[in-house]
Design a protein around this ligand. Structure first.
Ligand SMILES: [Zn+2]
Length: 191
């Protein structure tokens, strides 16, 4: 990538305009920075541009301690981890995207975007998977009714629970419970 006069002006003036979009490494020190870094201006001929911090690292550059150019990216990773932690521990609660973003002090659209980009599914889809997997366990380890099972995983609407369960696993919760228990009984008899 060529350093245009415009980019050089931005680096020279510690302009934040290109932060999180462009990074520059200093060939002589092997350190890389955000364009807005306040550290001493390197010689223009020693500056190399990168379009991602990962690329700079892959070429042996280290993040500057002063401007912490990995900052934003770590934050995104941490955000996803925080979402997962809440979903795992609080799946029994009502957890809308708004509620999640409120708990994590983030905007709901940003949170959804970052999560989807990292995990390939939305927080809502991930929450449903956790709930369904837990429901499967509860179906086999208790004799609770289907509506009790649904409520135990945070789904207050039983018919919706049955519908989604069937869509994911190809059988209703009741059928699933019977099927596994039959298999188990056959297995016991065969021994
Ligand atoms: Zn820096």
């Amino acid at each position: 990538m060529v350093i245009t006069d415009e980019i050089w002006e931005i680096i020279k003036n510690n302009d934040k305009k290109l932060d999180n979009r462009l990074w520059y490494g200093v060939v002589t020190t092997k350190i890389f920075c955000k364009p807005s870094c306040m550290s001493r201006l390197p010689k223009r001929e020693n500056v190399k541009l990168f379009c991602s911090p990962k690329l700079a690292q892959s070429e042996g550059y280290h993040p500057c301690k002063r401007c912490q150019p990995m900052d934003k990216i770590l934050t995104n990773e941490m955000l996803v981890k925080e979402v997962d932690l809440i979903l795992k521990n609080c799946y029994k609660e009502e957890l809308s995207l708004e509620e999640l973003s409120h708990r994590l002090h983030s905007s709901s659209s940003y949170l959804r975007h970052v999560y989807k980009k990292t995990k390939g599914v939305t927080p809502r889809q991930q929450l449903m998977m956790i709930r369904l997997e837990q429901a499967k366990t509860n179906l086999l380890t208790s004799n609770a009714s289907i509506s009790e099972i649904a409520q135990s995983v945070g789904l207050m609407n039983t018919s919706y629970f049955i519908k989604v369960f069937r869509k994911h696993y190809g059988s209703s919760p009741n059928q699933y419970r019977k099927m596994i228990k039959n298999k188990f009984n056959k297995f016991l008899k065969s021994r």
